[in-house]
Design a binder for this molecule. Structure first.
Ligand code: FES
Length: 164
């Protein structure tokens, strides 16, 4: 395959481009390969920057609108970088009543981090989720794979400090 010129992107190394060019070459001309290509490229970089989506649309000879459309449609694709730790706070009714908003307020004042955002240093991504089915433990927070109950605004920062 002819070497493509790659757009400059701070999160994508030369090696990553080489791997992704192989992924794109494998998917080229194969109907329905777009999702696979996006998934594999996201595994390489960690997310799908817009420069990469343009590159993929070029490589697969698909309209940019289609590539962006698919990448934004599925929730397992992310167009922004994720933190090293994914923090999920439950915003369901029981957790709301028990004070998850206050805990989220504390997270914001301490880490400058709101729902749907990632910290500048990419330590945390904060996501709000609907009832986690553990209302007895409300308010509930899940960090990576660890579940925490009774997460009051007094406790929340101590818990998060454990995750570097
Ligand atoms: S509302 Fe939070 S676990 Fe059910």
């Amino acid at each position: 395959m002819k070497t493509n010129t790659h757009p400059h992107h701070p999160d994508i190394t030369g090696e990553m481009w080489t791997r992704m060019d192989e992924i794109i070459a494998n998917g080229k001309g194969q109907p329905g390969s777009l999702i696979t290509v996006l998934r594999e490229c996201q595994e390489v970089v960690g997310y799908l920057p817009s420069e990469l989506l343009s590159h993929i649309s070029h490589g697969l000879v698909l309209p940019t609108s289609q590539v962006f459309g698919v990448a934004t449609f599925y929730s397992f694709f992310s167009l922004t970088p994720k933190g090293r730790h994914i923090v999920r706070v439950c915003t369901g009714t029981a957790c709301y009543v028990k004070g998850i908003k206050e805990a989220m307020g504390r997270i914001d004042t301490t880490f400058d981090l709101k729902e749907g955002e990632t910290t500048e240093d990419r330590r945390f991504t904060l996501e709000g989720v609907r009832c986690l089915g553990a209302c007895g433990l409300a308010p509930v927070m899940v960090v990576d794979k660890d579940i925490y109950g009774d997460v009051t605004s007094n406790k929340v920062i101590n818990i998060l400090e454990k995750y570097e």
